[in-house]
Write a protein that binds this ligand. Structure first.
Ligand code: GLP
Length: 241
């Protein structure tokens, strides 16, 4: 595992952005695994700016997102579909047919999980997966206790995850109770992983990740089984390390 230390959030976003742009330049039909949340927002801003200034093209790039709330339509401002369009896709030349996100509004969610897992296989797997980390160590929406062998599945969100994410909603009651997420095994299939960690709120989770044991009680620890993980963390997140 490689650790890149950065001074602050902007520098973390820049480091991640440079790695991604380099990959796209050398493989224009890259399949990117994308994440939502506050953490990758700066990275997405960088990719947009870089695309506008240098013309790096995403015409052949494909993307798969980690997760989506259940019960929210794609046009719902709190859906991850909406987030991705607003924060990235609308500003790049990527084809909307090549951006994939689990459909949390599907009638048959079990079937949707199977479809999504097959889709990732059909795309040939993820070349580069971007990840954030939850304060309880979750990756995607894989909460503590999720088997490392898990594939795309429906989850019941932990209460602290709902609370952490309620800042985007009008009230806690509006935060969905369930979501679809790529499983831990699906994530570990990615050929390369970039884990972004920023801010003091994540310092304990990062400490546990770096120094703690590998356990299903701390989902991110599964990444230690992967051969090609780069952690890019800022000073505040690295407070205890
Ligand atoms: C969310 C997302 C994760 C994300 C994490 C951290 O619930 N499902 O994919 O990495 O929690 O979010 P943030 O970056 O906002 O701290």
């Amino acid at each position: 595992m490689k650790l890149i230390r950065t001074e602050n959030y902007e520098a973390m976003s820049l480091e991640a952005g440079k790695i991604i742009v380099d990959k796209i330049r050398s493989n224009p039909s890259l399949t990117l695994g994308l994440a939502t949340g506050s953490t990758p927002k700066g990275l997405y801003k960088y990719l947009i700016k870089e695309h506008q200034e240098n013309g790096t093209s995403y015409k052949q790039v494909k993307s798969v997102n980690l997760d989506e709330y259940s019960g929210l339509q794609a046009h719902d401002p709190n859906s991850y579909h909406y987030f991705m369009r607003q924060n990235l896709f609308n500003h790049l030349d990527i084809s909307e047919y090549e951006t994939h996100i689990p459909n949390g509004a599907a009638r048959d969610l079990e079937q949707e999980c199977i479809r999504y897992e097959q889709l990732i296989q059909e795309l040939g797997g993820v070349d580069l997966q971007i990840l954030g980390i939850g304060q309880n160590g979750h990756i995607g929406f894989n909460e503590p206790g999720t088997p490392f062998s898990s594939r795309t599945h429906i989850v019941t969100l932990a209460e602290n995850t709902r609370e952490a994410n309620s800042r985007f909603f009008n009230s806690l009651a509006e935060v969905p109770t369930h979501a679809i997420t790529m499983g831990i095994a699906s994530i570990l299939d990615s050929r390369e992983i970039l884990l972004l960690v920023s801010g003091e709120k994540k310092a304990e989770a990062l400490l546990k990740f770096m120094n703690g044991e590998i356990s299903e009680d701390f989902p991110a620890s599964a990444l230690k089984h992967h051969q090609n993980v780069t952690v890019i963390a800022d000073k505040d997140a690295l407070k205890y390390i």
